[in-house]
Write a protein that binds this ligand. Structure first.
Ligand code: ADP
Length: 464
């Protein structure tokens, strides 16, 4: 029905105003009418009561029309009084008419309400709206007639109409005042939404640089705009990271493949005859293909971490046992470099909440780096200690250390230290995987290191 939210809001606004108006209109009219009638009826009842005396009863019983006329002369001008005999047809009114004529008493006002002691009605009389009230005349417990009093209700109709006119004027005034306010209000709602729609369209067509700009506001619209902008910022960041990642991946793949290809071509051309040189060539091809396999494995794991297909099975586990498992899978690598892994656990069994498989991966990566970046014959120390209900795990080496420039970046994807030695040894994904897994565990990791003095990676787990 509505193409624009602005019109929808304006329409609701109008309906709201109209329903307020109608309710006030009806309630005020009814209230005024009721108030008037209860007031007027009391007056009429008092006036009618003045005629309900022994003289009237005598005039009716004796069919004394002269007496009746005299009684009715007392009536004032602002109402009309009729006196009826119930059975003998005596009739008299304050206009001076007295006569005998049987009545059928079918009008509404003669249906006396027992609890109130009177009956009343409202109807047109010679095109004038008139209120009627009748009270019974009772003698010795028998109803012998009625006194009816009537008065035109022009005054109240006029008052109610004036009131209605005022309400209408107030409504028009309220509409005049509130419509511009309504337009402003609906604009305030619809304009940021339109802006969001415009930017969302641009985002869907690939442009991620623009943001929704509105004046600072703290309501739901403000929150929506902020969240939307935050989302676009994250998309932009992700898109940038994806481009960098793709560039890095192709570069990382290209280098070993070019090397492998070069060596294969050289071997294929039969230029190298010497057995030892051939073996050296094959060794390079082997190590490059191992590197390629490691790279692809790391990339696969990263991709799985990214698209959340790695299912974490969080449960209390003995973290000391996990560390020992990781050490076991690296013992060959440590042996190759004559590196001792020395443990100093404050207890053999301490439980933290985590996922066994991915946490083992964390320690494998940290220990692998510690071995990789340590000179032959050094040691790697793994220790745990309890601190304020937390468990600190330290993986320390006596290796080449990390420069202060590198420290902030080593957890980024594909970042490798500036040191030539480090560049050659790594892929640049190990620590980003560590970070991603620990983030999923909501567990922090930090590094303390000095070039040529070694590095210590510290993980702090809450103990369960
Ligand atoms: P990779 O080791 O494959 O290069 P990582 O993400 O594991 O990738 O590490 C990133 C960088 O952090 C490394 O290139 C290296 O410069 C530095 N680094 C990590 N661990 C150590 C360590 N124990 N000692 C010295 N440098 C380290």
């Amino acid at each position: 029905m509505f193409k624009h939210i602005k019109n929808r809001i304006l329409f609701s606004y109008f309906i709201l105003l109209l329903s307020c108006f109608l309710s006030i209109f009806v309630i005020a009219s009814l209230f005024l009418r009721n108030a008037y009638f209860s007031y007027a009826l009391n007056d009429l009842k008092d006036d009618a009561g003045l005629f309900n005396d022994d003289f009237t009863k005598e005039a009716i019983i004796n069919k004394d029309l002269d007496l009746l006329k005299k009684i009715l002369d007392k009536a004032e001008d602002n109402y009309t009084i009729d006196i009826f005999g119930l059975k003998n047809g005596v009739v008299g009114n304050s206009k001076g008419e007295v006569f005998i004529k049987k009545q059928d008493f079918q009008q509404e006002e003669f249906k006396i309400i027992p609890s109130k002691g009177y009956g009343y009605a409202l109807r047109e009389e010679n095109s004038i709206r008139t209120a009627y009230l009748a009270i019974p005349i009772v003698k010795e417990g028998n109803r012998i007639g009625f006194i009816r009093i009537s008065t035109p209700v022009l005054y109240i109709e006029k008052t109610i109409n004036t009131l209605r006119l005022y309400i209408l004027l107030i409504f028009v005034f309220a509409a005049v005042i509130s419509f511009p306010v309504g337009i402003l209000l609906s604009k305030g709602l619809s304009s940021p939404l339109l802006k969001i729609a415009k930017i969302a369209k641009e985002v869907s067509s690939g442009s991620l640089t623009k943001r929704v700009e509105i004046k600072k506001r703290t309501d739901e619209i403000g929150t929506l705009v902020n969240t939307f902008n935050e989302m676009v910022k994250k998309l932009e960041q992700a898109s940038r990271e994806r481009k960098i990642l793709l560039g890095n991946i192709s570069h990382e793949l290209m280098t070993p493949i070019t090397t492998i290809r070069g060596f294969i071509e050289t071997l294929d051309a039969g230029k190298i005859k010497n057995r030892q040189s051939i073996e050296e060539c094959l060794e390079v091809i082997k190590s490059e293909s191992i590197y390629l396999r490691e790279l692809i494995e790391e990339l696969q794991l990263l991709a799985r971490l990214d698209d959340l297909s790695v299912k974490y099975d969080f449960r209390p586990l003995n973290i000391t046992a996990v560390i020992l498992e990781a050490e076991k899978s690296l013992c060959l690598k440590a042996e190759e470099k004559d590196i001792d892994i020395i443990n100093d656990f404050f207890t053999d069994s301490v439980f933290v909440r985590g996922d066994y498989k991915t946490l083992k991966r964390v320690f494998v990566n940290l220990l692998y780096n510690a071995i990789k970046y340590s000179p032959v014959g050094k040691s790697v120390f793994v220790s745990t200690r309890r601190k304020n209900g937390f468990l600190e795990i330290m993986v320390k080496d006596e290796g080449i250390g990390i420069g202060s420039d590198d420290k902030g970046k080593i957890f980024e994807r594909f970042y490798r230290g500036r040191n030539e030695e480090q560049r050659e040894k790594g892929i640049g994904l190990g620590l980003s995987i560590v970070k991603e897994i620990l983030d999923a565990h909501k567990v922090p990791i930090r590094v303390e290191s000095q070039p040529n003095k070694g590095s210590t990676f510290i993980i702090t787990f809450p103990i369960v």
